[in-house]
Design a protein around this ligand. Sequence first.
Ligand SMILES: [Fe+2]
Length: 405
Amino acid sequence: MRMSRRTSLTDDAATTVNPFLQGNFAPVREEVTADDLTVVGKLPPEMDGMFVRNGPNPQFPPIKNYHVFEGDGMLHGVRIQNGRASYRNRYIRTPYWKAENAAGRALFGSFLDPPSVAMMVGLIRNWLKRLPMVKNTANTALVCHDGRLLALWEGGEPHEIQVPDLDTVCTYNYGGRLKHQFTAHPKVDPATGEMLFFGYSMFKPSVQYGVVSARGELDGITAISIPRPVIMHDFAVTPRHTIFLDVPLTVSFKRLLRGQPLLKFEPELGARFGVLPRYGSGKDIKWFEVSPCYVFHTLNAYEDGDEVVLLACRTKEFPDSFFMPPTARAVGVAPIGKEFAPVMYRWRLNLKTGAAREEALDDVPTDFPRINEGLSGSQTRYGVSAGRASSCRARTPRRRTTVGS
Ligand SMILES: [Fe+2]
């Protein structure tokens, strides 16, 4: 195995007291190229492709606070071709990453930081320029569409990535047509090849939605009105409908100015799911009241007669500690709080009657659900999701849930 390495950095005190920078969360700060990996057994010679994953990996120790959502995106890829395998990992070289790399230190604060004059000046400057309020880390997920690999972060534009070298090309905005945020979890329709996406913002219109054709053309975007800005992390699609989650993890600039958290779970505000025809205008959306909850990730959705069926990981509690500075908590304690316990849930939204029915399918905390994406939008029998071991021990069980009835 031939191997080369670039970039190395020592950690500092901020790293050693932050649970998001230790153990399984510890940053990888080397870029490695390893050709001709040792293969145990035999790789099928016809196998030709690359598996790439994305995740947060802070380039430098934080200025003060750090949340796992804020690390610079790093890609890890295994290339398999002609019966051989190679590995490489690369930072996503966003403009923000480049600025910090040139400075040799972190330049951007954390959303966990208490308000300060400098922070307010920076936020107002970004707001006036219609720039993301915080740095676009490109750290959350990837999508491959129209032969293009995009690294995604829901607060800003996608970054185009070159395969197989994993070099960053630049931000990608569909020839200037994309002028707002882009979800980290777009959906590709396996039948039509279309990619559906949305973006949410603190500013009106709070949600925008669009469809990219199989040929990579972004034709139209429609705005969807919601009462207040919320963190809308994921959505779901069926062949004819798109489902939006107006769940009450609210974003409040005013709250921040009062020295309170920017993000807060407010179940007393209620929760709604909106169903929009795939090519509809935002005003065509039909909202369904559901019991208050938060949903980070959906598993799938499909149509069943008059009903749109949604499967997702639902939590009814969302502890404030999720967005507290980790240094305020004991090291070694689960950094996201044990009250955060999403379980697999099913909602049936009747487009004819307007009724919503909901039920838990399991009682085991689980998230990051996936299906065979070739069946996205169809009624699938199985889904696979990750369970959380107690106290963040190394073992992370996987959960297979039967979801098809
Ligand atoms: Fe996600």
